[in-house]
Ligand binder design. Structure first.
Ligand code: TYM
Length: 312
């Protein structure tokens, strides 16, 4: 069986972007592939954090995985830091990683610009090497992620090729650069819709855990009235009728895509259904579809409660 790995950081609340871009797409893969889904707590300590909160968020994220439909009898679900080999391989990989490759990472540039050099830990720079280790350790074939992880995946692929080239010896050369003498070169799986869910308050920035305003995202565990309120207040435009793929209407495209994904309809059906609607009639539709889709996940999340079993 081909192997799939992916993970989410247990920081802040899991939001609709994490769900539509990643977790939701993992569910179907469990039946066809060997799947490993981890909670990447070691990635979450690359920015300032609170130990108690991190420990709780790690357990809450596991509950969300299961509530979304990850089946622990089919997939391996675990906490990254519990498997020490992730960090061990990271050290080996980091000796083969040129610093320039890491300096070019967009997420590093953005996050370090905000915090300033003196406040940024080295781990923020080496973060993608740990991610590469998460993936290469298991000789993974595919990695289902949202679009913002594309660059990290590209680095993972280049690193696998570099290690194969440097240390793979004749076996690697015989393969003519294909395959992988030491590491398999993994491929990203980026969904056609939902790979980049945008902020509710600005259709040009992605929905993110770190945006200061909670109004900018739908958290998976937001109560009904909060969802309704966020959709009521979300940014729209003054065009009449609704349409996909108009570059002048990023908010419209985003909200229609979200509606498409949570209602389970096709893009064509949504385009047809919504072309005659205005914002006033579309927003309640979207709100209901969101609430209906998230309700079972919310109920199920509260039924999985993990208690702390050890201190380290
Ligand atoms: P993280 O925790 O930032 O995000 C988890 C997953 O959610 C996706 N995502 C989005 N998708 C669509 N729209 C959005 N607005 C949006 N925001 C986030 C991300 O692309 C990701 O798939 N470094 C990774 C975690 C990681 C990992 C790994 C992933 C660590 N090791 C190994 C795969 C394999 C991260 O910080 O994701």
């Amino acid at each position: 069986k081909k192997r799939i790995v992916s993970g989410v950081q247990p920081t802040g609340s899991i939001h609709l972007g994490n769900y539509l871009g990643a977790i939701k797409n993992w569910i179907a893969l469990q039946n066809t592939y060997e799947t490993l889904f981890f909670i990447v707590d070691l990635h979450a300590i690359t920015l300032p954090y609170d130990t108690k909160e991190l420990s709780k968020a790690t357990r809450d994220t596991a509950a969300i995985y299961l509530a979304c439909g990850i089946d622990a009898s089919k997939a391996s679900v675990f906490v990254q830091s519990h498997v020490h080999a992730h960090v061990e391989l990271m050290w080996l990989l980091s000796s083969a990683t040129p610093i320039g490759w890491l300096n070019r990472m967009i997420q590093f540039k953005e996050k370090s610009r905000k915090a300033g050099d003196e406040n940024v830990g080295v781990a923020l720079l080496t973060y993608p090497v740990l991610m590469a280790s998460d993936i290469l350790l298991y000789q993974s074939d595919f990695v289902p992620v949202g679009e913002d992880q594309k660059q990290h995946l590209e680095l993972t692929r280049e690193l696998a090729e570099r290690v194969n080239y440097l240390y793979g010896g004749r076996k690697w050369k015989k393969l003519g650069g294909r395959g992988g003498a030491i590491f398999k070169v993994p491929e990203p799986l980026i969904p056609p819709a939902g790979a980049r869910v945008m902020s509710l308050t600005d259709g040009l920035s992605k929905m993110s855990k770190s945006a200061p305003s909670d109004q900018s995202r739908i958290n998976l565990l937001d109560p009904k009235d909060v969802i309704a309120n966020k959709i009521k207040r979300c940014k729209t435009d003054s065009f009449s009728a609704l349409e996909f793929d108009n570059p002048e209407r990023p908010e419209c495209n985003n909200l229609l895509s979200v509606y498409q994904l949570v209602s389970g309809k096709t893009k064509e059906d949504v385009a047809k259904e919504c072309q005659g609607l205005n914002w006033g009639s579309f927003k309640p539709l979207l709100t209901d579809a969101l609430i209906e889709h998230l309700h079972p996940i919310q109920v199920s999340t509260s039924s999985f409660s993990f208690t702390r079993v050890r201190d380290s």
